[in-house]
Design a protein around this ligand. Structure first.
Ligand code: NDP
Length: 332
């Protein structure tokens, strides 16, 4: 399969120009291109340029407003509501995270409830942005049904991702970011595109039978939750936090409202920020480092986030599928 070498800056420009050509104003195009290019920088392939045709489809169908201006309402000092005004999530996050961080640094805890935005990306950018400021970040979101609850054969949950980042003074944060599905939908899509089989236990076909055929999962089948009933319970919690608590769509509601243009459905996102300095006290960093350094020095351990943080250090070009680059250029 042919690949095209592109620097992170070239990836940013490719995404920015494409978004601008499809109705985004400068602020939305810049925020989204940054999200796309940092995903490619870190090797998060399923949330980089791969998502751009979907963004374009939603801009063209009018589902997503390319000139949306997010608005912030501080309901209480610790509860911040952000209305994305039907735009894409990156700009909403760019506006909301500084307000959330400031509130958490003053109060010890604060929550950002994002409504009416379209999230199509990884969640680590928002939790890492908090950890970089010495805060613990927890983020979750829901989109459209793709995952069958444990025991069921019909989709009800989305792949409901959750990310957690813990700040490490002078080091990259401890961060995980994962779908609560056995596999993220984007990765099932990449397996189908590349003709690779799935591992057993990832999905069911349209008849409800276990399958390793990614195309069968996408064509009327379902993805399974990770970890059986335990993953199903965590996925339920994410629905309740990012829809029930935020006041936006549950996955089934988002699915019913979505125009199925292939782009991101409208959904909510909840982000919680906590200050370990205010909650635990001044020795929080040394104390938690004692734990984390023991953990990472255990034989066989690979810390989550490590792969991305190592990828990030490379100044070499990233190799993007030529077919995808050409598709994006044709959309520009
Ligand atoms: P993975 O299963 O690839 O990875 C999940 C986490 O585990 C990552 O933090 C990863 O770190 C870490 N990890 C991976 N392998 C190991 C290992 N061997 N040992 C220790 N840690 C490990 O992620 P998913 O496929 O579940 O999710 C991919 C992305 O999809 C996420 O960024 C998620 O936010 C996004 N997503 C977004 C949705 C949306 O609606 N916007 C919906 C669903 C998913 P590392 O990153 O360093 O590899």
């Amino acid at each position: 399969m042919s690949k095209t070498p592109l620097t992170v800056e070239q990836i940013y420009t490719l995404a920015y120009d494409c978004l601008r050509a499809n109705g985004c104003d400068d602020a939305n195009a810049a925020a989204t291109a940054k999200t796309v290019s940092t995903a490619e920088r870190d090797g998060s392939e399923s949330h980089g340029l791969y998502r751009l045709p979907g963004y374009v489809a939603s801009l063209r169908s009018g589902k997503v407003a390319g000139n949306a201006v997010p608005t912030v309402e501080q309901v209480t000092p610790a509860a911040i509501r952000l209305d994305g005004n039907n735009g894409m999530a990156p700009l909403a996050l760019e506006v909301g995270i500084p307000v959330l961080a400031e509130a958490a640094k003053a109060l010890g805890i604060a929550v950002l409830a994002i409504r009416k935005s379209h999230h199509f990306a990884a969640l680590w950018p928002e939790t890492e942005a908090l950890a970089e400021q010495g805060l613990v970040g927890i983020a979750c979101t829901a989109h459209t049904p793709m995952v069958a609850p444990y025991g069921a054969k019909k989709a009800f949950f989305s792949t409901n991702p959750i990310s957690f980042a813990w700040p490490r003074p002078g080091k990259d944060p401890y961060v995980f970011d994962m779908a609560t599905a056995a596999k993220a939908h984007g990765d099932v899509g990449i397996a189908a595109r590349d003709g690779h089989p799935l591992e057993p236990g990832i999905g069911l076909d349209a008849e409800g039978n276990p399958t390793t055929d990614a195309a069968a999962v996408l064509n009327g089948g379902v993805i399974l939750p990770f970890g059986g009933y335990k993953g199903s319970a965590i996925a339920t919690m994410i629905e309740l936090l990012s829809a029930g608590l935020v006041g936006d769509h549950f996955s089934y509601e988002a699915g019913e409202a979505d125009n199925k243009d292939g782009g991101p459905a409208q959904g909510g996102q909840l982000i919680i920020a906590l200050s370990p300095k205010l909650i635990a006290g001044d020795d929080w960093g040394a104390h938690s480092e004692g734990f984390l350094s023991r953990l990472e020095n255990m034989d066989g351990i690979r810390m989550p986030g490590k792969r991305r943080h190592q990828n990030r250090l490379s100044t070499e070009p990233r190799f993007i599928k030529t077919e995808l680059v050409e598709k994006i250029r044709s959309l520009t």
